[in-house]
Ligand binder design. Structure first.
Ligand SMILES: Nc1ncnc2c1ncn2[C@@H]1O[C@H](COP(=O)(O)OP(=O)(O)OP(=O)(O)O)[C@@H](O)[C@H]1O
Length: 342
């Protein structure tokens, strides 16, 4: 269990983390969500005593990080996969860490096997692809077999296979009863991974709720209707006590709370031609963007984009982030034996 109370961090005039209080519980994956610059990394660094809070506290199983007798056995973290010594082999990177934390050497081989890096254990880590580096960082987090694991944007830049592997690893670790805390700026990714969500914007807590509640509150279902006799259709709907919202961007009507069957029958009764009658579900990504819209630091304004408060564009709740084209695939040239419940 991780407990934050009134955690605040100021860098000069900038308040990066603003009076954050929440708990991260065992047995579930907790997603830590916020747009770029929201304060996720700063919060995680304070959890690991890498930054001093301006005020407030973090407790790991009731203790300050610095008071944990052998911290790697309590909490493991992937903050920056590039933090390894590139001149050392994967094995030696982990061995140094194990020796300085009184962790038995056999654990090094175990975690290398767990993350599928056994075949490249003796290779210098500076030659590793992004995905392999990410796996090595995860191996170091797992080294002390800790009950609490923290991952800062672990899927950034990975291909779909790498994303799936990390997702399943986190779920498997949570199913073992561990506390898993993972940051992301992608709601669509968290929708597939997290059981619980903590959302921040400009360092402040915006939401702390179960994924199921977030979906229930935000995945609006509606029916989209399009007709060449739109005004007549509106009148007919109005006459039947049904509110329709005109969406200029799509030229369609959107109706909440009435099924497509009833709407189709009404149109047929009044001999109104329909060009579209489709059930829709709002995307969770857009709900998240609306939630954090006021706290986004860097806005890019696309023509016609009117997210905050505007109509909810429909889309799948489970869209996957696309992999940048220049990112190497998992498994190229190394043993990608997968463990962890995949
Ligand atoms: N050492 C520092 N000195 C000054 N400002 C900082 C420092 N570290 C972070 N910040 C600022 O604090 C804010 C929060 O940054 P942080 O990296 O914690 O956000 P984040 O949510 O992890 O963002 P991202 O998703 O982009 O990594 C940002 O405005 C950032 O510029």
């Amino acid at each position: 269990m991780i407990e934050l109370e009134g955690l605040t961090k100021r860098f000069g005039a900038k308040t990066a983390v603003d009076n954050l209080s929440f708990q991260v519980r065992p047995g579930v994956v907790t997603g830590f969500l916020g747009p770029n610059g929201a304060g996720k990394s700063t919060t995680m660094r304070m959890m690991l005593d890498l930054d001093n809070p301006t005020s407030g506290t973090v407790r790991i199983d009731g203790k300050h990080y610095r008071d944990l007798p052998e911290p790697l056995k309590y909490i493991g973290a992937l903050l920056d996969a590039k933090a390894m010594n590139g001149g050392r082999s994967a094995y030696n990177n982990l061995l140094c860490l194990a020796q300085s934390n009184r962790i038995p050497e056999r654990r090094v081989s175990e975690v290398l096997d767990l993350v599928g890096l056994t075949a490249v254990a003796r290779k210098k880590s500076k030659g590793f692809s992004l995905g392999m580096g990410q796996r090595l960082g995860i191996a170091s987090a797992l080294l002390g077999d800790p009950e609490i694991l923290m991952f800062d944007e672990p899927v950034n830049g990975l291909d779909p296979e790498g994303i799936l592997w990390i997702r399943n690893l986190m779920k498997g670790l949570a199913a073992e009863g561990r506390t898993i805390f993972v940051s992301s700026h992608l709601m669509s990714e968290m929708a597939l991974t997290a059981d619980h969500l903590v959302v921040i914007g400009q360092g402040r807590l915006l939401a702390d709720l179960s994924m199921a509640d977030f979906i229930q509150q935000n995945s609006r279902s509606f029916v989209r209707l399009r007709s060449p006799q739109q005004e007549r259709l509106k009148d007919v709907l109005h006459g039947a006590g049904i509110d329709a919202i005109s969406v200029p961007a799509t030229g369609a009507l959107e109706i909440d709370g009435v099924g497509p069957e009833r709407l189709g029958e009404l149109a047929a009764e009044h001999r109104i031609v329909l060009h579209e009658l489709s059930p829709q579900r709002a995307s969770l990504e857009e709900a998240f963007m609306r939630m954090t819209a006021d706290s986004v630091e860097y806005h890019a304004h696309a023509p016609g984009a009117a997210l905050p408060g505007g109509p909810v564009a429909p889309g799948a709740a489970t869209d996957n982030p696309a992999r940048p084209a220049d990112v190497p695939a998992w498994g190229a040239g190394f043993d990608a034996t997968r463990k962890g419940g995949e």
